[in-house]
Write a protein that binds this ligand. Structure first.
Ligand SMILES: NC(=O)c1ccc[n+]([C@@H]2O[C@H](COP(=O)([O-])OP(=O)(O)OC[C@H]3O[C@@H](n4cnc5c(N)ncnc54)[C@H](OP(=O)(O)O)[C@@H]3O)[C@@H](O)[C@H]2O)c1
Length: 340
């Protein structure tokens, strides 16, 4: 109750920011980002577009991977018209396809750019059950597994950049408070949403992908620490905001839900604030494996803080992105999740 009141009045937390802080406000005192190269996924609209705009305003060079290149070029043009010195590269990437992720990384590597910041923001809320070309449930494939592989393939570059520049690298995973909807066994949930025979629960599938973002953050932070990498990883809940995320569910009911929840909604500049805070704020040096909401550290769900589940999901993800997925993939039944 008290938390809701604090949220509604925008009361600030230990960071000095709160639910009503905007991305511009939280980056006002951030260091000069002119020497920072950032990859931001999902910057063609919503929270990602505002994140890109504000980081460009602060001087960062941006690489914007997108499946819709026309929308990404239009987004780039909007930013450049506001900040003519902005350096922005648009590249092709469909996160639901593991081969597209590999192609993007190989093309990015060929640019010989450094990489200080990776913002895994892209996301979808699918209405219908779908399976990716790699045999993975579509929401999970897009929101989590594509980002898992992207991060894995870019990690050495980030570690090398941090070593050479002396500036700590940061990874930000955009999750959601909806991750707390699920309890129990994460791989069992994955098996359930993957089977096309059982009725598809779109909200559960979305919640699972966002839980996976949280568990990914936890396990990756641990692994980065073990190898003494000067790179941190944290995840965020941006808050609730009306964007194109609900595009497959547009209609009277969605309008009504947003109308009833209107007092709880953020604006897009407010929703991009936590990502920008975690990506740039000096007080978060050496902070890793944490979850943030309204620009302050917050608690994940019980399952979201379970190290065993984080490790299991990591192992399963390694198998799913492995060079020969067919080894464990049965085209008729999907992955054998029961034995992961
Ligand atoms: N809005 C909220 O209330 C809310 C709440 C909690 C968490 N979040 C999270 O915030 C993040 C941003 O969402 P948003 O609200 O800003 O939604 P949005 O406006 O729909 O933006 C989503 C972005 O992801 C991109 N994307 C989707 N599928 C992709 C794919 N297969 N490959 C590459 N890019 C893909 C979209 O690109 P296209 O232009 O190609 O579609 C778009 O740029 C998501 O991770 C979402 O889960 C949002």
């Amino acid at each position: 109750m008290l938390e809701t009141v604090k949220y509604l009045i925008g009361s600030t937390g230990a960071s000095g920011f709160g639910s009503k802080s905007t991305a511009e406000q939280v980056t006002e005192t951030c260091p000069d980002l002119r020497f920072v190269t950032a990859i931001i996924t999902g910057a063609t609209s919503g929270i990602g577009a505002e994140t890109a705009r504000v980081l460009a305003k602060r001087g960062a060079r941006l690489v914007l991977p997108a499946r819709n290149l026309k929308a990404a070029e239009e987004g780039k043009a909007r930013i450049v018209s506001e900040f003519p010195d902005a350096k922005i590269v648009v590249m092709a990437l469909d996160l639901s396809s593991l081969s597209s992720v590999r192609k993007f990384v190989s093309e990015f590597q060929s640019l010989s750019l450094p990489l200080n910041l990776l913002i895994n923001n892209a996301g979808k809320f699918a209405h219908e059950h779908g399976i990716s070309e790699d045999g993975i449930e579509m929401t999970f494939a897009t929101n989590y597994l594509g980002h898992f592989l992207l991060t894995k393939l870019l990690l050495n570059k980030m570690i090398k950049t941090a070593k050479e520049s002396g500036v700590q690298g940061r990874i930000v995973n955009v999750s959601s408070s909806i991750h707390g909807w699920l309890s129990g066994d994460v791989i069992r949930h994955l098996g359930q949403i993957s089977r096309s025979k059982s009725p598809y629960d779109a909200t559960r599938a979305y919640a699972l992908s966002k839980l996976a973002n949280v568990l990914h953050t936890k396990e990756l932070a641990q692994r980065l620490k073990q190898v003494d990498a000067n790179v941190t990883v944290n995840c965020v809940h941006p808050g609730i905001v009306r964007t194109r995320l609900t595009r497959e569910r547009e209609g009277l009911i969605t309008d009504l839900v947003f109308f009833l929840a209107s007092k709880l909604l953020k604006t897009i500049p407010q929703a991009a604030a936590t990502t920008c805070f975690v990506a740039t704020h000096p007080r978060l040096v050496n902070v890793s494996g944490k979850y943030f909401a309204d620009c302050n550290e917050a608690r994940t769900s019980k399952l979201g803080s379970n190290s065993n589940e984080a490790a299991r999901l990591w192992t399963a993800s390694e198998i799913m992105v492995s060079i020969d997925p067919k080894a464990v993939f049965d085209p008729r039944n999907g992955f054998d999740y029961d034995h992961m």
